[in-house]
Structures are given as structure tokens and as C-alpha cells.
Ligand binder design. Structure first.
Ligand SMILES: NC(=O)c1ccc[n+]([C@@H]2O[C@H](COP(=O)([O-])OP(=O)(O)OC[C@H]3O[C@@H](n4cnc5c(N)ncnc54)[C@H](OP(=O)(O)O)[C@@H]3O)[C@@H](O)[C@H]2O)c1
Length: 349
């Protein structure tokens, strides 16, 4: 059996990961929840029942007997603790941006580039890609395989849960305050300007060219995961007043003309894709629909597949997925599952 730890177990992603691990048929022994000293001793429940040990403060945690540590406590914590945990022989699956740019750290989306997990990395660290990128590449990979992707123009509509538990609480509190007092003008918060009843057309700081950090991640990470280093990718990342699930409008251009019917046929048979065909009763997913879709929150939901009227090489897609599941916890679990399948750990036969 493999002992696992979740660092950031009390957070938005950590809680979902605990739920997956507790319910998983994988050979898991102990599940050790780790967080800041503020949470030490807390008993966490998943699905209404206590399933794990009390929370341990990160500085008190002993990784000597842990086989896998999921880090989901922010990039600063990952940078400070990740290499030491890996040096103790414990595989690190990191949810932050801390190691994603390193060539010696795999950046896998197991449905798209499982080959990067063929062997356990010497660094002992695997990076979970950015949440917006994971759903984008999962939706686009079957079309890339069919017609060779050349360019993507993406606009994201990202939910408050991308800002963690604090982001969710702030959206709820400020929305209530504005409903009570419609002319209220709340001050800055977790997302910069107030998000309630609004949207914010920039996520993270911008570089000298005016490109935001989130937009850079989508560009760099999708190139690497799809294996197209010169892929043209241009994104506008927008935070919207939605609690859960990121949406994306994607204009994708291919090496040969691709009809919507061909694209829908490729998507219909792709694993982990829920297609909403044109002309059907439900031609598109919405964030709320996906949030309430039960186990299909593991899937990437794609609708409104349509031609660009001026370019037979290009198609539009509407892509929705749960950022906490598809964009974080579920992808991390799939990395762990793939590592087990590749015999990264010695398990009794
Ligand atoms: N939210 C998403 O959609 C999403 C998607 C992909 C990746 N990620 C990444 O996942 C990570 C966590 O995001 P989140 O949304 O789950 O954030 P969150 O809800 O704010 O949770 C943060 C977690 O980190 C813990 N933590 C904070 N400082 C710590 C410290 N010094 N030592 C130990 N634990 C500490 C917190 O513990 P306490 O409760 O004790 O403070 C909490 O468990 C981030 O790196 C984020 O970029 C998030």
C-alpha cells in the first residue's frame, strides 16, 4: 500500500483531492492531511464522514514514510518545501506553477501526453499544468490529431473557485452585500477589483508586452503538452462572477480544412469528452450545468462546434470544465494512477 499526503488539505483543491483519494480503488494506505499551523489538529470530513487523520502542520510533517505528496498550498510553499520532500524519496505531484517551466519536471495531462510519465522523473517532481490549459488541451487534442493544430485564439471565463476558498467566500459575501445595498462599491480583494456582479479582464500581473501571467501560462504550457513548440497561441484570461467551472471560447486553426461534422465525430469518441452536438436539445454546456453534473465533473464539456465563416481551416469551440476537478485534483489523481501503472513504486504482486 502507498502512503499519501496532501499538503493544502484544507483548501479548495486539497479537499477535492482528499475526496478522490478516500474513494479511490488505488492501493492507498494512510492519507495524511497537511496544512498550515492554523489548521493543525483539525479533523476533516469528506462526504460527511471523517476519513483521514487529523491535520498536521507542514513543519511538523514527516515525509519519511510517505510515498506520494500532493502539494496544493501555493507556489511559495512548493518552492520552499517541494525539493526537500522529493529528496526524502517521496514523489511530489505539485499543483502550483513553481516547477512547470522546468524541463526536468514532466508536465502531464494523461489523456494527451502520457508518454512524459513513462518513467519516474529523476527530480522526484511532477508538475500539474495550469487549470485553464488542462481543459483546453483535453478538448483540442482529438482535433489536433485529426488535422494538425496551427493556431489557437482563446478567451477564458474563469470562476471564483480558481481563487481558492477565499475567492469563493469573497464572491458570496460581496454579492450578498450588493444585493442588500445596490450602490455599494466594495474595495479591492482576492481578485484585485471586486468580482461580484462583474468581470475582470486580467488575471495576474502583466509583462512588459501587456500579457497577463495566466495568458502566458496557457501559451507556454499548451505548446509543451501538445508537443508543438511553435504553436501560435494568443489568450485573453477573464475572471467572471461564477462560483465554479471555467469556460473558454476557442478559435482553433488547423493544417487542413476541418468541418464541424468531422470535428464533432472526433470529439464524440474521445475519452473524457462530453460533446453537446449542434442541433441537439442541449447544444452547449454552462458552468452551472457542469458543476451539477455529478461524476461528469471529471470530463471536459464541449459545445457550439462551428465553422469560422471566413476560414475553412478554423473552427470555434465552447469548452467548460470544473477547474477544481479537471484543472487540478482529478488530473493529479490521474498522474498518480499512471505512475502506479508504470511501476514507479514497488508494490506486492
Ligand atoms: N483553485 C483552483 O482552481 C486551482 C486549480 C489549479 C491549481 N491550483 C493551485 O492549487 C494550489 C491551492 O489552491 P486552492 O485554490 O486550493 O487554495 P486555497 O483554497 O487558498 O487553499 C490553500 C491551502 O494551502 C494551505 N497553506 C497555505 N499556506 C500554507 C503554509 N505556509 N504551509 C502549509 N499549508 C499552507 C492552506 O492551509 P490553511 O487552511 O491551514 O491555511 C490551504 O489548505 C495553488 O497553488 C493554486 O495555484 C488551484
Amino acid at each position: 500500500m502507498l502512503n499519501v499526503a496532501v499538503v493544502g488539505a484544507t483548501g479548495a483543491v486539497g479537499r477535492e483531492l482528499l475526496g478522490f483519494l478516500a474513494a479511490s480503488p488505488l492501493p492507498i494506505g494512510r492519507i495524511v492531511p497537511i496544512a498550515s499551523p492554523r489548521s493543525a489538529g483539525r479533523k476533516l470530513s469528506v462526504g460527511g464522514s471523517v476519513v483521514v487523520e487529523p491535520v498536521v502542520a507542514l513543519d511538523e510533517a514527516d515525509f519519511g514514510e510517505i510515498d506520494v505528496a500532493f502539494l496544493t498550498a501555493g507556489a511559495e510553499v512548493s518552492r520552499q518545501y517541494g525539493p526537500g520532500i522529493a529528496a526524502a524519496g517521496c514523489l511530489v505531484i505539485d499543483n502550483s506553477s513553481a516547477f512547470r517551466g522546468r524541463r526536468d519536471v514532466p508536465l502531464p495531462v494523461p489523456e494527451v501526453n502520457p508518454e512524459v510519465l513513462a518513467r519516474r522523473p529523476d527530480t522526484g517532481i511532477v508538475a500539474n499544468p495550469n487549470c485553464s490549459t488542462i481543459q483546453l488541451v483535453r478538448a483540442i487534442a482529438p482535433l489536433h490529431q485529426a488535422a494538425g493544430l496551427r493556431r489557437m485564439t482563446v478567451a477564458t471565463y474563469q470562476a471564483a473557485s480558481g481563487g481558492g476558498l477565499r475567492g469563493l467566500a469573497e464572491l458570496a459575501d460581496v454579492s450578498r452585500a450588493i444585493l442588500a445595498e445596490p450602490t455599494a462599491c466594495p474595495g479591492p480583494g482576492r481578485f484585485g477589483p471586486s468580482l461580484a456582479f462583474d468581470l475582470i479582464p486580467q488575471i495576474g500581473p502583466v509583462n512588459e508586452d501587456g500579457i497577463a501571467h495566466e495568458e502566458q501560462k496557457i501559451r507556454q504550457e499548451s505548446r509543451r503538452i501538445l508537443g508543438v513548440p511553435d504553436l501560435q497561441v494568443s489568450a485573453t484570461a477573464v475572471r467572471v462572477a461564477v462560483f465554479h467551472c471555467h469556460s473558454e471560447a476557442v478559435l482553433a486553426e488547423f493544417g487542413r480544412p476541418l468541418t464541424p461534422a468531422e470535428a464533432e465525430a472526433a470529439l464524440a469518441t474521445a475519452p473524457g469528452i462530453q460533446l453537446y452536438p449542434a442541433g441537439s436539445q442541449k447544444p452547449y454546456p454552462t458552468p452551472r450545468l457542469v458543476e451539477l453534473s455529478g461524476e461528469r465533473r471529471r470530463d471536459v464539456h464541449v459545445g457550439r462546434v462551428r465553422a469560422d465563416p471566413d476560414n475553412p481551416y478554423a473552427l470555434w469551440l465552447w469548452v467548460v470544465a470544473d477547474n477544481l476537478w479537471v484543472g487540478a485534483a482529478f488530473n493529479a489523481l490521474r498522474i498518480f494512477q499512471t505512475g502506479i501503472g508504470q511501476d514507479w513504486w514497488k508494490l506486492p504482486a
